[in-house]
Design a protein around this ligand. Sequence first.
Ligand code: MF3
Ligand code: CO
Length: 285
Amino acid sequence: MAHKIIRNWHVAPGTAPTDFDKRVLGFQNRGELVPKRELIKTPEQIEGIRRSGVVNTGVLDLIEKEIHAGMSTAEIDRLVYDYTTAHGAIPAPLNYEGFPKSVCTSINEVVCHGIPSEDDILEEGDIINVDVSTILDGYYSDASRMFVIGQTTPEKEKLVRVAKECLEIGAEAAKPWGFVGDIGKAISRHAHKNGFGVVRALCGHGVGLEFHEEPEVDHYNTHRKGMLLVPGMVFTIEPMINMGTWEVFIDEEDGWTVVTEDELPSAQWEHTFLMTEHGLEILTH
Ligand code: MF3
Ligand code: CO
């Protein structure tokens, strides 16, 4: 069966096709998956997301300064809530699909979506992902960093470093008029070269006007091209890299916490990016 062309792109009603339209339509007519026009942000929207990203980065910088052994993840949550609201913004995770806190805190074998708690006390040698997402004037930004509590093992140090390299290498592979699939291909090559697994169950995503928009950005090699990357698109890359198997499960009790199947540690870094004519620009620096 010949595959059907998905006609996501339409010329703005009542106008002649621009050179930009023609370029996208060229890909669409060759059967490639192209974005809907609404995924191409206007300059005003990009400025809004950029301003949201400034607050989001401020939160992560604050956590970087304050995080220490003996602190609970609930204390991190309070710092995030207070800083964000003091800057006229809203923590995007709070009440998002029932998520109860303002930030995700994921320690060691927790891959992502860890829920802050008074009972989770950071210990020397822990590695933790703090995933911060901000809504400012209706615009969303999303970024996360790893923090090492005191001194950890060389293996965990390496995991944190390689996960960061995976984000950088994935971002480098994302080219204007290239494809989403290029990102996961590059990330998985680097992770596997280092003997690590790449989580498949969770992906990066379009972001900006909503928390999670199209496209899905897989971090493993799907062997598919995925969506065309067009200047003006805004999305995250957020590879979750496991010391052991790529397989994960969700804690049944809370319905959120994602944990590695083998309970070996996992690391993740994330930025929100704008695709430009020259490649990706980080909006959460
Ligand atoms: N911040 C996560 C992401 O990178 C999403 C977390 S959803 C939440 O996409 F509800 F857990 F906050
Ligand atoms: Co994200």
